[in-house]
Write a protein that binds this ligand. Sequence first.
Ligand code: SAM
Length: 400
Amino acid sequence: MQKHRQFKDWAVQRGVEIHDSIDSAKLPERGLGLTATQPISKDTLVLFVPEKAMFKLDLRLLKKYNLHKTSPQSQLAFSAMIKFSAGSSVFHLWRETLPKLCNFKQCMLLYWQCQHVSSLQPDPMDSSEWDEMTPPSVKATFKRQLADWEKDLAYVKPALSEAGFSEENFLYYWIVVDSRSFHWKPAKPARASGSMVLCPFIDYLNHGPTGTGCEVLQTPKGFEVVPDRDYAAGEELLITYGAHSYDKLLVHYGFVPTPGTPDKDDSISIDHLVIPALPEDIKQRLQDTGFLGGYVLAPAANEICFKTQVAIRAILLTCNEWEYFVTNGEDLGQDASADVTKFLEELFLQWKGEIELKLNTTKKRIPLLEEKQGVLLLLHNRWLQITQAMTSFITGGEDI
Ligand SMILES: C[S@@+](CC[C@H](N)C(=O)[O-])C[C@H]1O[C@@H](n2cnc3c(N)ncnc32)[C@H](O)[C@@H]1O
């Protein structure tokens, strides 16, 4: 932990205020985090990161490389790559505390599936195998991330060779920014727009579901971290990165909470089951009324969303009954909820059977896949969460 002590001193010199009651620590299954070194009372200011200690994009540098119009994430990643990598960089102590590329290899789907990174080893697992092992809801989230990465890379490519960096170097900082940046809005001028920034020390904080972590407050001078409750010595302090589904945590942050612990932020997309079950005329009606797609199962509540209720009722009810439900959120005649549930149960049961076969195959395959084991285990755990959520829905929560 020597490098972390040095980094802490460096951060303090740059104006970061760290209360004696917290420190960084190595934690099982989650790299580093911040823990209480002694009891902490709710509302104690445990950490303050002033604006001057934040790492922001470097406009001069971006102009030099003609990158002032690329995405904010790309701009910050490029600036960090140049500034953190210089041999004599003032940021070298901070850089030393960041995960290594090999850590990202173990948990980031993007690392394995961005075929464009020319310096990467060819992936012996072909795309149909990845496709088979990735849950549809993860795929949808990943597709958006991949599209952003490809767009950013295409824009930055000429600058990379001009600056003497590889696509892999850029990918590393792109993931760093994706998984550990904050959004900062300066107090002045009044209409200043916000930007993505990296923040020393506060970036050690791991994620917990909404409402279960310390508050990160933006003040005119910087970010403050304030515990949401009393903490005992040894407890980890968490913040929430947002009300993210586990698919988003998997894709953008490289982890999924342990199976068996659904929280209310999670939702599972069931578009790939519901949409193909809709007759064409009903699909068109749902499209025209803004109800086509976006169907989810919420594992913590063991419920399907309103849009799914609407879509299945479009199959089961008359147009008049359906319109009444859409407008009023309740059925005109007899409550159709049980029929909706039954309709979905059949879809879920069929899919569950397919997933169980898949899980048996991947379980045998994972130990053979060496470097990719970490990512595949995450996908495996996500599949388990999906089957648990469906079982729970089918049995009304009695099996779980
Ligand atoms: C802002 S960093 C937090 C510090 C990080 N643990 C480290 O070692 O540098 C975000 C990363 O921490 C990890 N992480 C955050 N919350 C986690 C959690 N609840 N469980 C497991 N890993 C978590 C993920 O790898 C994520 O990409």
